[in-house]
Ligand binder design. Structure first.
Ligand code: AMP
Ligand code: GLY
Length: 415
C-alpha cells in the first residue's frame, strides 16, 4: 500500500512511525513533514490548505490512501476533493468535520443523538451572553463557535473576563461547568461502524500542578490505570456509536477519527468536545502501543470496510509523552534555537513537532518543539524512560512539565 500522510507535527511523526510498522506498507510519503519525519518517510513541500495540490500529489504518487492529520484541511474540504478524484481518504468530509469546526453544530448533533454533554446556550449578542452566564453561574465556560487553534475556550470565575472573551467572536457557546477528570477516547469510523481505541489523558496547562495558561497539550499517557474498566464500552455505546449513526442519518457520514474529549463527572460521563482527527499529543502515547497494523486499519475505515475488521490489539506497555516547548510558549514562543542531545533507545521515541534544519543543524521552529515518549511495563517505568530522554536534550530557554502521569503512576504503585 502507498500512503500519503498530510501534516507536520508530533502527531504526524507518531502516525508515520506506526504506519511504517505495517508490513503491507510499500511507500510512505508525508506532506509537508518535518526533519524527524524525513528520517523515516519521503517528504514533499506543500501548502496543506491547497486541496488541488494535494490531490495532484496523491495522483502523481499513485497513493492508495491519504491520511489527514490536522483539522484545518478537513474543515477546508480536502477529503471531499480526494474522494471526488477516487482516492481513499482517512478523514471526514467538510460537512462531517463541522463536528470539530463548529461547537454549536457539535451540540446539535449530541442533542439529536442523545449523547450526554454539558447544557449550553448558543449566543450571538451581549444580552444573550450575560443571560447564559447568569443561568449557569461560575465557573463560566465560554467557547468560540469556530476553529480557534486552542485559543477559543475560556474557563473562568471572572464574569467580566467571560463576557470579554465571548464578545471576541460572532457566535459563542456558553455551557455549564463539568467537574471530574478528563479523558480522551478516540473512535475509528468508516461512516457506520466505529472501533474504540484505548483511553488516554492529556495535560493542557503549561506548568506543573495544572497551573498556567491552556496549551495545545504538554504531555499525555496511556493506559489509564484508574479509569473504570467499562470506559471503552460505555463510551462506544453512549457516545461514539450514537454520534456516528446520527451523522450517517443526516446524510453526512463521518469517516475518520472521532475524538471524544470526556469529563468523568459526578453525574456520569459527559462529552466536553469532539475533534475530527487524532489528538496531539495523545497519538504519541497511543500509537506506539498499538499492535494492529495501522495502514490496514485506516484503509479499512476509508473504504468503509470496518465491519469485519475486529477489535484492536494493544501492547501491555504503558506510555508517557512529555512535550518540550520553546521559551515563552504558549503566549509568545521564541523560535530559532539550536537543538542538541537527542538520543533515543528501544524504550523511547523523540517525535518532532516544531523543528527545522538550518545550515545542517536542527533548530526550533514552533511552540511545541519535540514530543518525547517513553515506554515501560508500568507508568513509573514509562515516565523514567521519557524523562531520561527529554532531560538530555538541550534547547536554550525551553521548558517541559515534570509531572506528566505522576499522580497516576503513584496511584498505580499503591494498588
Ligand atoms: P476544548 O478546546 O473544548 O478542548 O476545551 C479546552 C479545555 O477547557 C478542556 O480540555 C477543559 O479542560 C476545559 N473545558 C471545556 N469545556 C468545559 C466545561 N464544560 N467544563 C469544564 N471545563 C471545560
Ligand atoms: N490534545 C488536544 C487536542 O488534540 O486537541
Amino acid at each position: 500500500m502507498k500512503v500519503l500522510l498530510i501534516g507536520s507535527g508530533g502527531r504526524e511523526h507518531a502516525l508515520a512511525a506506526a504506519l511504517n510498522r505495517d508490513t503491507t506498507l510499500e511507500e510512505l510519503h508525508v506532506a509537508p513533514g518535518n526533519p524527524g519525519i524525513a528520517e523515516i518517510a519521503l517528504c514533499h513541500a506543500i501548502d496543506i490548505n491547497d486541496n488541488s495540490a494535494i490531490v495532484e500529489l496523491a495522483k502523481k504518487l499513485n497513493s492508495n490512501l491519504v491520511v489527514v492529520g490536522p483539522e484545518k484541511p478537513l474543515v477546508n474540504g480536502l477529503a471531499d476533493a480526494l474522494n471526488k478524484a477516487n482516492i481513499a481518504c482517512f478523514g471526514p468530509s467538510k460537512a462531517a468535520a463541522q463536528i470539530e469546526g463548529s461547537k454549536d453544530f457539535a451540540k446539535q448533533v449530541m442533542r439529536d443523538a442523545g449523547v450526554p454533554t454539558a447544557k449550553s446556550f448558543t449566543c450571538n449578542n451581549q444580552k444573550e451572553i450575560e443571560k447564559a452566564l447568569d443561568t449557569f453561574g461560575a465557573p463560566y465556560v465560554v467557547k468560540h463557535d469556530g476553529l480557534a487553534a486552542g485559543k477559543g475556550v475560556v474557563v473562568t470565575e471572572d464574569r467580566d473576563l467571560a463576557i470579554e472573551h465571548a464578545l471576541l467572536a460572532p457566535q459563542v457557546v456558553i455551557e455549564e461547568f463539568l467537574d471530574g477528570p478528563e479523558v480522551s477516547l478516540f473512535g475509528i469510523s468508516d461512516g457506520t461502524t466505529v472501533i474504540p481505541m484505548q483511553p488516554a489523558q492529556d495535560f493542557k496547562r503549561a506548568f506543573d500542578g495544572d497551573l498556567g495558561p491552556n496549551t495545545g497539550g504538554m504531555g499525555a499517557y496511556s493506559p489509564l490505570p484508574w479509569a473504570p474498566d467499562e470506559i471503552m464500552e460505555e463510551t462506544l455505546n453512549q457516545v461514539l456509536n450514537p454520534t456516528i449513526q446520527e451523522m450517517a442519518a443526516r446524510g453526512t457520514p463521518f469517516v475518520g477519527l472521532l475524538y471524544a474529549g470526556l469529563a468523568l463527572t459526578s453525574r456520569g460521563t459527559k462529552v466536553i468536545e469532539f475533534n475530527a482527527r487524532f489528538g496531539d499529543p495523545e497519538t504519541q502515547v497511543l500509537l506506539p502501543r498499538l499492535k494492529t497494523p495501522l495502514a490496514q486499519l485506516l484503509y479499512a475505515a476509508a473504504t468503509k470496510n470496518l465491519e469485519n475488521f475486529g477489535g484492536l490489539e494493544w501492547s501491555d506497555d504503558s506510555a508517557v509523552t512529555v512535550v518540550l516547548a520553546s521559551e515563552g510558549y504558549p503566549a509568545d514562543p521564541k523560535v530559532g534555537e539550536a537543538i542538541t542531545g537527542i538520543k533515543t533507545n528501544e524504550s523511547s521515541y523523540v517525535f518532532h513537532a516544531g523543528t527545522q534544519i538550518r545550515d545542517g543543524v536542527l533548530h526550533s521552529s514552533g511552540g511545541r518543539v519535540l514530543t518525547v515518549t517513553g515506554l515501560g511495563s508500568d507508568l513509573t517505568q514509562a515516565r523514567d524512560a521519557a524523562y531520561r530522554t527529554v532531560s538530555r536534550i538541550s534547547l536554550p530557554g525551553s521548558h517541559y512539565r515534570s509531572d506528566i502521569a505522576l499522580n497516576a503512576s503513584v496511584a498505580e504503585k499503591g494498588n
